[in-house]
Design a binder for this molecule. Sequence first.
Ligand SMILES: CC(C)(COP(=O)(O)OP(=O)(O)OC[C@H]1O[C@@H](n2cnc3c(N)ncnc32)[C@H](O)[C@@H]1OP(=O)(O)O)[C@@H](O)C(=O)NCCC(=O)NCCS
Length: 146
Amino acid sequence: MTTEVTLRDVLDDDLPIFFEQQNDPIANEMAAFPAREREAFMAHWAKNLRNPNAIHKTILYNGEIAGNIVGFDMEGQREVGYWLGREFWGKGIASKALAEFLKYETTRPLHGVTIKHNIGSQQVLKKCGFEYERQENDELFFVLNA
Ligand SMILES: CC(C)(COP(=O)(O)OP(=O)(O)OC[C@H]1O[C@@H](n2cnc3c(N)ncnc32)[C@H](O)[C@@H]1OP(=O)(O)O)[C@@H](O)C(=O)NCCC(=O)NCCS
């Protein structure tokens, strides 16, 4: 058994697991991001996976699907996003996954946005070299320049 954090391309079979992982009130509160209904979630992912300009990876931990990490264009900027199932939190997985993801997602500057109270996500960004940029309302903006 491997305890390595690895990334691979997203498979259709991953989507029901991603759905359950985002359909979690505690995670939704942490990220200040509401859960999508199943149909909307599947349509959102199907559309995103067809977008050749976006990068989507499944995060594996011990061979289990721990979550996903994505790079995409948002309002003219390149942004990274990630989401883990709750049972995978607090093991350093997101930090390792983001460090690995930066080998695939090479756009710079690369932006990360978190709600002010999402300390975990801010720590993940900082550990991977992102610098605090600014606050707008309740959102904190981070950037990786190199
Ligand atoms: C945010 C999230 C990705 C963090 O994942 P994780 O694998 O638990 O993060 P790590 O274990 O790599 O932790 C990185 C650092 O943040 C700290 N941290 C993690 N969660 C924390 C929390 N809830 N409160 C305070 N610190 C936290 C860790 O202690 C660690 O710090 P250290 O290296 O100094 O010890 C995960 O909780 C998650 O998926 N949440 C729901 C979705 C979400 O918020 N996505 C991001 C939206 S911007």
